[in-house]
Ligand binder design. Structure first.
Ligand SMILES: NC(=O)c1ccc[n+]([C@@H]2O[C@H](COP(=O)([O-])OP(=O)(O)OC[C@H]3O[C@@H](n4cnc5c(N)ncnc54)[C@H](O)[C@@H]3O)[C@@H](O)[C@H]2O)c1
Length: 297
């Protein structure tokens, strides 16, 4: 059986998918001083992802939270490509493509032909079974679920889930890698929603239902949650960052699997999606946004 890479020897990380999460994960890894190869199968998405990394690091510098030399080194260590073949040098590949089992399993199948026999494979799924995704790979023992929170460069927690065929040493190496890039990890079962979304999705839906019922305004519910529950941001601020289309998709997938009505998206979610008010990415969600400035660290 081929060995799993020694986490101390990891120098190069591939990130597959340059969207919200892939660009955030690329930021985390580049900021920690490792080489990053960011890949997308869409040129435009790749360019936008690379720009998001740069904008985040620039803003971190302008806020005084990151030395400019760290930003410069991070940007030097970042490469963008649409060529999967460049992942031949990757010690770890973090998959952050669309939330679709067949697409993710297919991506890991394609990586079998490209990557080294010790490469660690991470899937950043929110709702899908790690075991089913890993089944697309000839090397399921090296496939680990690593669920980052959004926005990845700001949120420290990553949930780590082993599939049924994942090797314990792959889980341990993944946790060590995540600590190297500044993350806190928790282990969780390979089950729909892991730990965080099992709590978060019903909570967000309850907040939307409270708004529908007129318990308070967007602002007052956000303030109640930050002020009394000490969440770092209110539910509507967070939903605007995540995007209501993503929230609906995650809610529905968990509802389909768990059959618990708390996961069913409330009608207001559908209405806002129909109106094109998805959150920050459309300039309007629960709040209005006059620009699309990047968040800073
Ligand atoms: N957005 C969140 O809040 C969040 C949080 C945690 C986990 N996730 C999970 O992370 C994953 C990515 O989510 P996202 O919000 O970043 O999605 P996104 O739509 O912003 O980005 C996905 C990217 O993957 C690219 N892509 C699709 N198929 C590809 C392929 N075969 N090869 C290379 N690139 C491909 C797309 O072009 C796109 O740029 C999903 O599985 C999602 O469930 C999302």
């Amino acid at each position: 059986m081929e060995p799993v890479i020694d986490p101390a020897a990891i120098t190069t990380v591939g990130v597959l998918g340059a969207g919200t999460m892939g660009s955030g994960i690329a930021t985390v890894v580049a900021r920690a001083g490792l080489e990053v190869i960011l890949i997308d199968n869409d040129d435009g998405a790749l360019a936008r992802g690379l720009e998001k990394v740069r904008a985040f690091l620039d803003r971190s510098v302008s806020l005084g939270k990151l030395p400019s030399r760290t930003r410069d080194a991070a940007l030097r260590s970042l490469r963008g490509t649409t060529d999967l073949g460049l992942l031949a040098d990757a010690d770890v590949v973090v998959e952050a493509i669309v939330e679709d089992t067949a697409a993710k399993a297919g991506a890991f199948g394609a990586l079998d032909d490209v990557c080294r026999p010790s490469t660690l494979f991470h899937t950043n799924t929110s709702t899908l079974p790690v075991t089913a995704i890993a089944a697309g790979s000839k090397h399921p023992r090296r496939v680990v679920g690593t669920h980052y929170c959004n926005p990845a460069p700001l949120m420290s927690l990553v949930e780590v889930a082993a599939g049924r065929r994942t090797a314990p040493e792959a889980v341990a190496a993944s946790e060590a890698f995540l600590r190297r890039v500044g993350k806190t990890t928790v282990r969780t079962k390979d089950t729909p929603g892991f730990i965080v979304n099992r709590f978060l999705i019903p909570f967000e839906n309850d907040c939307i239902r409270a708004l529908e019922a007129g318990l308070g305004t967007v602002e007052s519910i956000d303030l109640a949650v930050t002020g009394a529950l000490r969440h770092p941001m209110g539910p509507f601020t967070l939903l605007d960052i995540v995007g209501l289309d993503i929230h609906r998709a995650v809610s529905l997938r968990l509802y389909e699997q768990l059959r618990d009505p708390r996961f069913a998206p409330p009608p207001l979610v559908e209405a806002m999606i129909s109106a094109g008010t998805l959150g920050r990415k459309t300039g309007r969600g629960f709040y209005g946004y006059s620009d699309d400035r990047a968040f800073g660290a």
